[in-house]
Design a protein around this ligand. Structure first.
Ligand SMILES: C[S@@+](CC[C@H](N)C(=O)[O-])C[C@H]1O[C@@H](n2cnc3c(N)ncnc32)[C@H](O)[C@@H]1O
Length: 484
């Protein structure tokens, strides 16, 4: 498109917004005035690529990027503008005018509404291709890292792969009680699920059974804005290798129909059923927990190791792919029997425990106290005596621990926000010959890698992995060596 045509198109947008009509390049009047896009304007867009975060990407005639919700590469869509910034625009697909040749029918009937999986309509090989490209782009363009990543490691099981699901209670427009996932882009609205295909069958059965008991109870869902009501959340954890099943029902204080729940859940064979009560605004801050049946935790195995997992502890949510991830980390770390290893952001200690037989010593640091308790218990379960854990924020406690002895290998697996600047500084001052950075966010990974390279490290290997088929989420393992 020529510059003149581009200016015309933007001008026409301004003229059109008054009528709210759909703009096409063919009906663009000529004017010199640069137009202003406004919220709710309708535009036609060709979607060319996919951004990290799951949205399609198109380009306006003035060069501005448009992030298009529910647009896939190859689609031509009519979309309404939802946000206008000087450097980018956001839009929501209203109609697909020309369907991308890559589109396939979604497995899930809720794909238009549910915020869970946004790429179900892309064949899995295409999903992998885009993730591979996004990983390479992040490292190269954001991080300025001169490395060609290895091909992405995809998942063998692309359905029913999750070992943990969190469903929320809510109500529909007719006051019907719902137990499902949040509507895309909404904090309040719940999609009433028929079946969730990334959850195993037993989790779907648990959700249906709990919903039926909740409906029969006549008690209302908890309303986050008004802070009243009873039913709040349902968390289910199913250990892939042992078959253990943990069900955690979260409510406000009141009378739980315990007998009815235990009876309804008997066929699914749960190893633990918990009732967590909270009257706090956030349902993650629990006031008290009653164990209705079982030990209060589940056990899972990864390769030859056993892991106890409590309801609130972090554990990777795709068990099969976690085994692949940990194998990739082991290869990257190349641990020698004389090595002292730091497992920073260690959760329940699962990475350190998986490597401990190769190392002289492993030291884990983790913020959440319950996870550290599980990590200590897990090291005893696996009869490991060369592993210790400290509880605290990496940025607050690493300095004191690395001054007590150096590390040969540092493994970091931070949350999506990446490394805290103070933690990054302290990691660098360990001068560990090797760092293995495990990341679930290529954007913050790239930012942190740039800092590590400035501090004298060089990225020698980068491996993207897909732990979350049908979603935009992307895992990566980058190996860095100290060069200066
Ligand atoms: C992506 S998880 C990794 C857990 C573990 N490495 C695994 O593979 O299961 C990130 C972990 O970092 C912990 N965490 C978050 N902020 C932290 C901080 N400032 N310092 C230490 N740990 C933190 C979280 O509680 C979580 O367990």
């Amino acid at each position: 498109m020529t510059v003149k045509k581009a200016v015309d198109l933007l001008a026409a947008l301004a003229l059109n917004q008054a009528q709210g009509s759909l703009l096409t390049p063919s009906d663009t009047p000529a004017t010199d005035k640069p137009p202003k896009l406004r919220k709710r304007d309708l535009v036609e867009l060709n979607v060319d690529s996919l951004a990290y975060g799951g949205r399609g990407v198109s380009t306006l005639p003035d060069g501005r990027i448009v992030f298009v919700q529910r647009g896939l590469p190859g689609d031509r869509v009519s979309a309404s503008i939802t946000k206008v910034k000087s450097s980018f625009v956001e839009a929501k697909t209203e109609n697909v005018l020309q369907v991308s040749p890559d589109r396939i029918p979604a497995e899930c009937p809720h794909t238009d509404d549910c915020g869970g999986c946004s790429w179900q309509e892309l064949p899995y090989q295409e999903q992998l291709r885009w993730k591979e490209q996004q990983f390479a782009d992040s490292l190269g363009r954001i991080g300025g890292i001169d490395i060609e990543p290895e091909p992405i490691i995809g998942a063998d099981d692309i359905w029913a792969y999750r070992n943990k699901m969190e469903f929320s209670f809510g109500d529909g427009p007719d006051g019907d009680l719902r137990l499902g996932l949040h509507r895309r882009g909404s904090y309040w609205q719940i999609v009433p699920l028929e079946y969730c295909h990334i959850s195993p069958k037993r989790m779907n059965e648990v959700r249906s059974a709990v919903l039926q008991v909740a409906v029969d109870s006549g008690l209302p869902p908890y309303h986050n804005r008004r802070h009243e009501g009873f039913w709040r959340q349902l968390t289910i954890r199913e250990a892939h290798n042992t078959g253990d099943l943990l069900i955690n029902i979260v409510t406000a204080s009141g009378d739980l129909p315990k007998e009815e729940l235990l009876e309804a859940l008997a066929p699914v064979g749960a190893s633990t059923i918990l009732w967590s009560i909270t009257d706090q605004q956030s349902s993650t801050r629990i006031d008290s927990v009653e164990t209705l049946t079982g030990d209060g935790f589940i056990e899972e195995t990864l390769s030859t190791r056993r892991f106890r997992i409590s309801p609130t502890s972090f554990f990777q949510t795709n068990t099969r792919m976690t085994e692949v991830l940990y194998k990739t980390i082991r290869e990257a770390a190349e641990i020698k029997p004389t090595d002292r290893v730091l497992d920073l952001y260690c959760g329940t200690g699962s990475i350190g425990i998986s490597l401990a037989d190769k190392a002289r010593e492993v030291f884990g640091i983790e913020l959440v106290e319950g996870s550290v308790e599980d990590a200590r218990l897990n090291s005893r379960l696996n009869e490991l005596e060369n592993i210790e854990f400290a509880c605290g924020a990496a940025e607050a406690v690493l300095e004191e621990h690395h001054s007590s002895g150096g590390f040969d290998v540092v493994i970091v697996d931070p949350p999506r926000s990446g490394l805290h600047p103070k933690a990054l500084k302290d990691i660098v001052s360990t001068r560990a010959p090797r760092i293995v950075y495990v990341s679930c966010n290529p954007t913050t990974l790239a930012r942190d890698l740039a800092e590590l390279v400035l501090a004298g490290y060089s990225a020698v290997r980068a491996v993207p992995l897909d732990l979350f088929p049908h979603t935009y989420h992307l895992e990566g393992v980058v190996t860095l060596d100290l060069v200066t």
